[in-house]
Design a binder for this molecule. Structure first.
Ligand SMILES: NC(=O)CC[C@H](N)C(=O)O
Length: 305
């Protein structure tokens, strides 16, 4: 396994064609595109790392997997009154579907859906309390209390996040946002601004590879049925309008973020985190996807055999 990762770093990680770093969040535009890291945590307790696997990066939309898990813990199936479970086929920040579908986002991983999930987590509390809950959850599943928000990234997005503000207000107009819109956006921007390394992220995803139980501590995080459903949403919706392409090329439940990270789950075996800041045209890590494609070729880990 280590040899496969070293080969991926030496070849794909060194590519000249690295995609484009997200610049609509000014703070993300300052990240050096030449970085590349990969980490694999296995359900039997091994950790393999290569490249910049210990470098912190902004997990952005990967955090939507964690906020959804927290919301499911609080509301159970009530979450599905607020967001659907269908792929959108539209860009992550699109507003068009909301108007045709009564303000209900297609799924929890597009921005509108994750904003609706942030509203669900707030439940009349202050953003600080909701955020403490999400962060505590991430620290618990990563077994690492050093994980924090990057306030600079959160503030940078708050200052420029007009599109997300538009999505939130649009849903509020349909009576779908129950808390003050600025609370909801503050919660959403901050959980997107959690900073983690590939190593921490791979560790955090392990419960999804192990039927909802942390295989290293033995802690039950979610029931097996819930882990299976979260994985299915990642497969169908985790890469927005690139989800079909990702399933075709990689064949694993995965969630991307505009920071250039991807979390991919190999049920029963491992959790993988890869990071390369340059994005493809739909906003998913360009080299990250290539690395996962190569890894799956080398290991046969696709869920499709
Ligand atoms: N795709 C992403 O990672 C988007 C997350 C980002 N915080 C946004 O709302 O635009």
């Amino acid at each position: 396994m280590q040899a496969i990762l070293d080969e991926i770093v030496a070849t794909i990680g060194a590519s000249d064609d690295r995609g484009k770093v997200a610049d609509y969040i000014p703070e993300l535009a300052t990240v050096d595109p030449n970085q590349f890291g990969i980490a694999i945590a296995t359900v039997d307790g091994q950790m393999f790392c290569a490249g910049d696997a210990e470098q912190l990066f902004s997990i952005q939309s990967i955090s939507k997997v964690f906020s959804l898990t927290v919301a499911l813990g609080k509301l159970g199936d009530g979450v599905w009154q607020r967001v659907g479970r269908e792929p959108s086929g539209d860009p992550f920040n699109s507003i068009v579907q909301l108007e045709h579908e009564n303000g209900k986002p297609r799924n929890p991983f597009i921005n509108a859906g994750a904003i609706a999930v942030a509203d669900a987590i707030l439940m009349g509390h202050q953003p600080k309390e909701a955020l403490a809950e999400v962060l505590q959850f991430v620290r618990f599943i990563a077994d690492d209390d050093s994980i924090c928000f990057d306030d600079k990234v959160a503030k940078s997005e708050l200052a420029t996040g007009h599109r997300n503000a538009a999505l939130a207000h649009f849903m509020a107009a349909y009576g779908r946002i129950k808390n003050p819109v600025d609370y909801v956006l503050g919660t959403y921007f901050h959980h997107c601004a959690i900073a983690m390394s590939c190593q921490q992220l791979a560790r955090a995803g392990l419960f999804l590879a192990a039927d909802g139980r942390d295989p290293l501590t033995g802690a039950r995080v979610v029931l097996p049925n819930r882990a299976r459903r979260i994985n299915s949403l990642m497969m169908m919706c985790g890469h927005y309008d690139g989800s079909g392409e990702f399933a075709f090329r990689v064949g694993l439940p995965g969630k991307s973020g505009v920071g250039g990270g991807i979390l991919a789950i190999v049920p029963g075996r491992a959790s993988i985190a890869v990071w390369s800041p340059g994005l493809d045209t739909v906003g998913n890590s360009k080299l990250g996807t290539q690395a996962l494609e190569r890894l799956v070729q080398a290991t046969g880990w696709s869920v499709f055999g």
